[in-house]
Write a new protein. Sequence first.
Length: 166
Amino acid sequence: MTYKLLRIGPGEIKPVYEILKLCGQDMKSKLGLTHWYPPYPIRLFRKDAEERSVYTVTEEDQIIATFTIDTRPLEYYYPTLWRYPEHKAMYVSHLSVLPKLQGKGIGSWCMNEIENLAIDLSCRAVRLDAYEKYEQLLQFYDKLGYKRRKIVKFQGLNLVCFEKII
């Protein structure tokens, strides 16, 4: 399959936001996880598209995945979370793949693209977090070579911080 990557703006958020909603519903129904249900507010997702880089992944003109990246850390990250806090890094959030297509390598493809974008911007690390109770996702990042650094609390959740030196 051939995937295409496209950066989108605030006016193009609505169809992408549907993926976040579907992922939240899927995690709740399959795993009992409610950290994405209700979903991240659409007004904040629009703001992300204004201030950060929101990407879509398409296959045959259908949006199948999304992620948000930026070289500025999220507000709840602090320098001592990371092995080399002085390194310029790419920060990843909201990686989402349509539930019916999960497990087919799209998430791995996205992470590879994110690493390439990071290298293009002279970043030396990629950093992200995942909910500590979403074991399948934690293992996904482990398999991709990301190292678990520390746990940070945010909005009542324990988030495992991951970092990969590139």
